[in-house]
Design a binder for this molecule. Structure first.
Ligand code: FE2
Ligand code: FE2
Length: 375
C-alpha cells in the first residue's frame, strides 16, 4: 500500500501505485461499461491466471545479456508521465458524435481498457507471487505500464460519461487458467499484435490527420513502443527453453497464431463505422497488421502463417459471415433459431479449420532475438 496516493496513473512507478492514483478512483461509475467489460465470449478480452511457480523457476542466465539490456530499457522508463492529457488533447463533444460511431468507439475503448487491465492483473500477480528477482522485476515493470495504459483509456472514457470499475472487475471477472507455455504464446502475440495495430493506425493518421476523430490516437506511438518491449520480454522468456518453440509445440504456435489473427479479424469487422471514420478498410488493416506481426514473430517462432495462401482471405471472410449469423440466431427464439445457431457455429468451426490447415511457412529462427520497433 502507498501512504501517499498519486495524482495520476501516468506517473506511477508500480502497478499498485497506478491503480490507486486519483484518476483511477473517479466519481463516475457506469454499470453499462462494466457489464461490457465483464463479458466472457470468444471475442472479448479475458483475464488469465497460470502456474506462477513454474514461471518463477525460469532461469534467464543463458540469455543474460539480451535480458539485462531490455530490463534496463524498461527501468529507464521513457514513457513516465506520458499517459496523461496535455495541450495536445483536443476537446471532444461526445454528444455530437454520430451515434453508430459513438457506440463502436465506446466499445473499442472499453475492450481496449479491459485488455490493458487484464495484462496488468496477470503481471501484477506474477510479481506478487514470485521469488525470482529477474522475473519479478520484469513483471512489475510490465504491470506498471499496463496500469498507466488502462488509466489513460479510463480518462478518455470518463469524458464520455463512463468508466470501467476496475476494482470490481478484478474481483468478479472469471479467470481463465492457461499453463505457462500458453501464456507465453498468447501474451507474446497479444503484445506484438497490439504494437502492430497501434502503429498502423498511428502511421495512417500521420498521413491523414483529418481522420483523427479523437485525440487518444496521438498517444499511440509511444504506447505501442511499450507493447513492443513487453513482446520482447516474452520472446526472451521463450528463448530460455528451446523446447517451447520446437517439436509438437510448433502446432500450438500455429494454433495460437491462427486463433489470434482470426479473432482480431472478426472483432474488427464488427466495427464498420469506427474503421470508416478512420478511413481504414478493415480487410487492408487486418492483413497489414498480420504482416507486421508475422515479420516480428520470426524473431522467435519456427514458422509463419501463409497470409497469401488462396484459402486465407476467403476463409476469414466466411468466419466473419458465420459469426454474423451466430449473432443473428442469438437474437431469435425457438427451434429455428437453435438450428440456425448450430449451423452457423458449424460453419464457423469449418472456416477456422480451413485456416488452421493451411500449410505454414518454415522459419529459421535467428541467433539474436532482440528487435527494435521499426514500423
Ligand atoms: Fe498496454
Ligand atoms: Fe503490454
Amino acid at each position: 500500500m502507498m501512504d501517499q496516493s498519486l495524482d495520476h496513473s501516468a506517473f506511477a512507478d508500480t502497478a499498485e501505485q497506478g491503480l490507486e492514483a486519483s484518476n483511477m478512483v473517479g466519481p463516475t461509475d457506469s454499470e453499462e461499461a462494466t457489464a461490457v467489460a465483464m463479458q466472457n465470449t470468444l471475442l472479448t478480452p479475458r483475464f488469465y491466471t497460470t502456474n506462477f511457480d513454474e514461471l518463477d523457476a525460469i532461469d534467464v542466465g543463458p540469455i543474460r545479456e539480451e535480458w539485462d539490456a531490455l530490463i534496463n530499457e524498461m527501468k529507464a522508463d521513457p514513457n513516465k508521465g506520458h499517459f496523461k492529457k496535455n495541450e495536445d488533447w483536443d476537446h471532444i463533444d461526445w454528444d455530437q458524435m454520430e451515434p453508430k460511431l459513438r457506440a463502436e468507439f465506446k466499445d473499442f475503448l472499453i475492450s481496449s481498457c479491459t485488455a490493458e487491465f487484464s495484462g496488468c492483473v496477470l503481471y501484477k500477480e506474477m510479481k506478487r507471487r514470485g521469488r525470482n528477482e529477474d522475473i519479478t522485476t520484469l513483471f512489475q515493470l510490465m504491470a506498471r505500464d499496463e496500469a498507466r495504459h488502462a488509466g489513460f483509456i479510463n480518462d478518455a472514457l470518463r469524458e464520455a460519461g463512463i468508466s470501467v470499475n476496475l476494482g470490481f472487475l478484478t474481483q468478479a471477472k472469471k479467470y481463465t487458467y492457461f499453463r505457462p507455455k500458453f501464456i507465453y504464446y498468447a501474451t507474446y502475440l497479444s503484445e506484438k499484435i497490439g504494437y502492430a495495430r497501434y502503429i498502423t493506425i498511428f502511421r495512417h493518421l500521420q498521413e491523414n490527420p483529418e481522420k483523427r476523430f479523437h485525440p487518444i490516437f496521438k498517444w499511440f506511438e509511444e504506447w505501442c513502443n511499450d507493447e513492443f518491449r513487453h513482446g520482447e520480454a516474452f520472446a526472451l522468456l521463450m528463448k530460455t527453453d528451446p523446447k517451447l518453440t520446437s517439436g509438437l509445440n510448433r502446432y500450438w504456435i500455429k494454433f495460437f497464431l491462427t486463433a489470434v489473427f482470426a479473432t482480431m479479424w472478426v472483432r474488427d469487422h464488427q466495427r464498420p463505422a469506427f474503421h470508416e471514420a478512420l478511413g481504414v478498410d478493415p480487410e487492408w488493416y487486418g492483413q497489414e497488421v498480420f504482416r507486421k506481426t508475422t515479420a516480428i514473430s520470426l524473431q522467435i517462432f519456427p514458422l509463419a502463417l501463409d497470409l497469401d495462401h488462396p484459402r486465407w482471405l476467403p476463409a476469414l471472410r466466411r468466419l466473419d459471415q458465420a459469426n454474423r449469423h451466430i449473432a443473428e440466431a442469438k437474437k431469435g427464439k425457438g427451434l429455428s433459431a437453435k438450428i440456425k445457431h448450430l449451423s452457423a457455429s458449424m460453419a464457423a468451426g469449418w472456416a477456422f479449420l480451413q485456416l488452421l490447415t493451411i500449410p505454414a511457412i518454415k522459419n529459421d529462427v535467428p541467433e539474436e532475438t532482440r528487435l527494435e520497433p521499426a514500423y
